[in-house]
Design a binder for this molecule. Structure first.
Ligand SMILES: O=C[C@H](O)[C@H](O)[C@H](O)COP(=O)(O)O
Length: 260
């Protein structure tokens, strides 16, 4: 990547750059997946290379593992880390309670395992991801390939009686073939439009045989760092209830902007 960043990339970068302030020497850090998380991995890599920061990272996808190694972060497995100090990840939507929809990139399963095994989860997002009610973004549900059509039908049936606006699921595709996750599963995207009770929906979905996990992250995220295209950043802390605003400078740093 070279030249001027687009406003959306500036927003993502600003959120990522502010969030890495939470990372301290010696930490075991969960590394999220997606375009926003990729900025965070690049920022952390710079801190490792330039400032001598010593961290170990647990990636949430093969893509993130590859990027982390490229930028110089020591990569370990979750089983090696056992528990994490902090996870920083992106989201497709977040609400005022910091409940999230994740999985637009198909990494929801490892992301949820890693975030749940962390003392703290910070979500980084551009301001457009904030919603008053979750559900406009299709909810990813990871299902095992065996009998996926039956599982999809059971999922759609389970939605009857829940306060959602749509009930259709679609198998995520990668060209002509089903999209396959890092855990060799499929993804059914649910077009719900509105999710009145995300906590209930998350529980209902995970009780259906064949469903491995869903993209609702309920009571997992502690802090949201929200970036804007002009470099402004807000920090929302669910415990402290604080809102902080500051501006991130866009660094003229080729190391961060090269296409990794
Ligand atoms: O599976 C992918 C992840 O949940 C991503 O963190 C999420 O889709 C947000 O991605 P992005 O930062 O590219 O919008």
């Amino acid at each position: 990547m070279s030249g001027e960043l687009s406003p959306i990339d500036k927003a993502k970068f600003a959120a990522a750059k502010r969030a890495v302030d939470y990372v301290e020497d010696g930490m075991r850090v969960g590394l999220g997946t997606g375009s926003t998380a990729a900025w965070m991995v690049r920022c952390l890599g710079e801190m490792v290379r330039e400032d001598g920061l010593k961290i170990r990272g647990v990636p949430t996808s093969t893509r993130t593992a590859e990027l982390a190694r490229q930028v110089g972060i020591e990569v370990i497995s979750l089983d090696e880390a056992k528990w994490l100090d902090l996870t920083i990840d992106g989201a497709d939507e977040f609400d005022a309670d910091l409940n999230l929809i994740k999985g637009g990139g198909g990494a929801l399963l490892q992301e949820k395992i890693v975030a749940t095994a962390s003392d703290q989860m910070i979500v980084i997002a551009d301001a457009a991801k904030e919603v008053t009610q979750l559900g406009a973004f299709p909810l990813p549900v990871e299902v095992i390939p065996f009998g996926w059509q039956t599982t999809k039908a059971l999922v759609e049936e389970a939605l009857v009686g829940l306060d959602v606006m749509g009930r259709d699921g679609s198998l995520r595709m990668n060209g002509e073939a089903p999209f396959v996750t890092d855990e060799s599963n499929y993804i059914v995207d649910l077009h719900l439009n509105r999710i009145k009770n995300p906590r209930q929906l998350a529980l209902v979905l995970n009780q259906i045989p064949g469903v491995v996990e869903n993209g609702l992250f309920i009571d997992i995220c502690d802090i949201a760092v929200v970036g804007h295209g002009d470099g402004k950043v807000e920090v929302r802390d669910i415990n402290a209830g604080t809102v902080e605003e500051e501006k991130i400078d866009f660094l003229d740093n080729e190391n961060l902007f090269i296409d990794l």
